[in-house]
Design a protein around this ligand. Structure first.
Ligand SMILES: O=P(O)(O)OC[C@H]1O[C@H](O[C@H]2O[C@H](CO)[C@@H](O)[C@H](O)[C@H]2O)[C@H](O)[C@@H](O)[C@@H]1O
Length: 269
């Protein structure tokens, strides 16, 4: 079942060391950031999110100061990410690992993203008829059913998806529960597979990554950070195994801005 405001059934509260003290100099770091619920506050619908201008400035400076080793790691499509952050463009993993762009001016790679079967999509899309307020987000390779505006429909949505899923036991698809969203995507890729691939590329390779995320899908990335001697930070709650956590997106934004200041002090000393 979905975990609306929690990151894991095992999540606990409690304080952990202040994350800023753990981050190495930016020239040795890869900055990996989830978007919704981490960098940005939640909005009633996906298109209503707002990118504070100070955040744009911070991200651009972090991108520069890490020599390009900053990437957004999102469930959103690359196209959607670009619309939200326009006119800025950042390296990104989109669609939970379905797409990747290594540099702002490079072509997107969508190697892991066959389109969802049309008939399956049609059947899933019909679930939106269960209630007003259910929004469909079609990413091509996946379909998201948003119910933030129809919270009472959550159970019915998951039951309807389960029925369809049960009729297709061999279909290479999986159901991703998110925050007020149920997404159906091809199996075989996750945010973690995307990050593993990203970390083989020149600008990221050999750096010590840190990843900040708030959602269940971000836990796949938390789990692989030790493989890169990296650090994981959760948002909202303390997730299992993380190195620190933030109360909310505004704390993440303040933390990222502070990293720039702290790093400037290190460079000058
Ligand atoms: O991996 P993320 O970058 O955190 O993206 C996760 C999903 O984010 C978007 O949906 C969520 O944010 C919306 C805007 O605040 C909110 O209305 C919705 O309820 C949330 O689920 C996005 O629309 C999805 O495609 C992403 O998978």
């Amino acid at each position: 079942m979905p975990l609306d405001d929690d990151i894991s059934p095992d999540a606990t509260t409690g304080s952990l060391p202040a994350p800023a003290s753990l981050i190495p100099p930016l020239r040795q770091t890869a900055v990996l950031l989830d978007i919704d619920g981490t960098l940005l506050d939640f909005a009633p619908t996906p298109r209503e999110v707002w990118v504070p201008p100070e955040l744009s400035t911070t991200l651009k400076q972090l991108h520069e100061r890490t020599d390009g080793a900053l990437a957004l790691v999102s469930g959103r499509s690359l196209n959607d990410i670009d619309l939200i952050f326009a006119p800025d463009v950042f390296p990104a993993i989109g669609g939970h690992g379905a797409e990747m762009r290594l540099q702002p001016d490079s072509e997107a790679v969508a190697a892991h993203a066959p389109p969802l079967d049309k008939e399956l999509k049609r059947r899933l899309a019909a679930i939106a008829k269960l209630s007003p307020g259910i929004l469909l987000e079609d990413k091509g390779y996946s379909l998201a059913l948003h119910y933030r505006l129809a919270p009472q429909a959550e159970k019915a949505i998951y039951e309807a998806v389960s029925l369809i899923r049960a009729e297709l036991p061999n279909a290479p698809i999986e159901v991703l529960p998110g925050k007020s969203v149920c997404e159906i995507k091809h199996s075989g890729f996750t945010k973690a597979t995307g990050v593993r691939e990203l970390m083989t590329h020149a600008r990221f390779k050999g750096r010590r990554p840190f990843f900040i995320g708030d959602d269940v899908t971000d836990e796949t990335v938390f789990a692989i950070m030790p493989d890169f001697n990296g650090l994981a930070f959760s948002v909202g709650r303390r997730a299992l195994g993380v190195d620190g956590h933030f109360d909310g997106p505004s704390d993440v934004r303040a933390f990222l801005a502070r990293l720039l200041d702290d790093d400037r002090d290190v460079s000058l000393s």
